[in-house]
Design a binder for this molecule. Structure first.
Ligand SMILES: [Fe+2]
Length: 261
């Protein structure tokens, strides 16, 4: 039996994920903010929590940690000793083995300096926190744009059939940004409408496929001549960026534009 992932909505647009085995009932959670719906689900499915995983120190990813840790007496695996409740400090390239699932830790600084992501090669799943979003990437709060780009490029090396679960439901806004500011699409009104309805119907756009994003996420295509040409040719961008600009120049251009969008 495979590993299941339950999506738990948190706060305004955050996601916590419950990863569990149907067979052993062992479970892990990623980035808890609001304990109640998480504890309710664990209870209703008779899941045995084995640990709390944290991607970075922002409070919308950590504020539920202590309450759950204290109630269920579990370890907290985080990249930063300042995250309250941390019992196990994680580092780049470390592996975490919970028997029903094994994770490789990948350090992805940029959004914050402590940011890590959790990748399981066997199941081909990635918990990307606020580093990689569907059609977007996290804001660069603590690192430099160079550092963030390097982190995103690390994720491009993971297999195409990786299913990605990220920290926020920003998909619609990210797509709207691409269609309004970067890429000409003849029926973009219809595309936006379709996507908005799809997300509403499914309740979430998670997970998404990494291979698809390697082709379509602008932040993963800053070195792609075709994508650069399309962005440079977009009427709003005329004279602002050249198709000859470097990868980091493209990343900076797109990230700055997205910050203002
Ligand atoms: Fe964050």
């Amino acid at each position: 039996m495979g590993v299941e992932v339950k999506i738990i909505k948190q706060l305004t647009d955050n996601y916590c994920y419950i990863i569990y085995s149907n067979e052993t009932k062992d479970a892990l959670i990623v980035d808890p903010a609001e304990p109640n719906p998480i504890l309710e689900y664990l209870n209703s499915e008779n899941l045995l929590l084995k640990g709390i995983l944290v991607t970075h120190h922002h409070s919308d990813h950590t504020q539920g940690v202590l309450e759950i840790k204290n109630k269920l007496n579990v370890n907290v695996y985080s990249p930063n000793s300042k995250i309250e409740g941390t019992t196990n400090l994680l580092m780049d390239k470390q592996t975490l083995d919970f028997e029903f699932i094994k994770f490789e830790i990948i350090s992805t600084p940029g959004h914050t300096l402590d940011h890590i992501v959790f990748f399981c090669n066997k199941e081909k799943i990635l918990f990307s926190g606020d580093t990689l979003f569907y059609y977007g990437c996290g804001r660069v709060f603590e690192g430099t744009y160079e550092i963030m780009l390097k982190s995103l490029n690390k994720l491009k090396l993971l297999p195409d059939n990786t299913r990605v679960y990220c920290g926020h439901e920003y998909s619609y806004k990210n797509l709207e940004f691409i269609l309004d500011e970067l890429v000409y699409w003849h029926d973009r009104g219809a595309v936006k409408q379709k996507i908005r309805e799809m997300i509403k119907k499914r309740g979430s756009s998670m997970p998404f496929e990494l291979g698809h994003q390697k082709d379509w996420n602008p932040f993963l295509n800053c070195d792609n001549p075709k994508y650069k040409q399309v962005i440079a040719d977009f009427p709003k961008n005329e004279g602002k960026i050249s198709k000859e600009a470097s990868e980091i120049e493209y990343f900076t251009f797109i990230r700055d534009k997205r910050n203002e969008f």
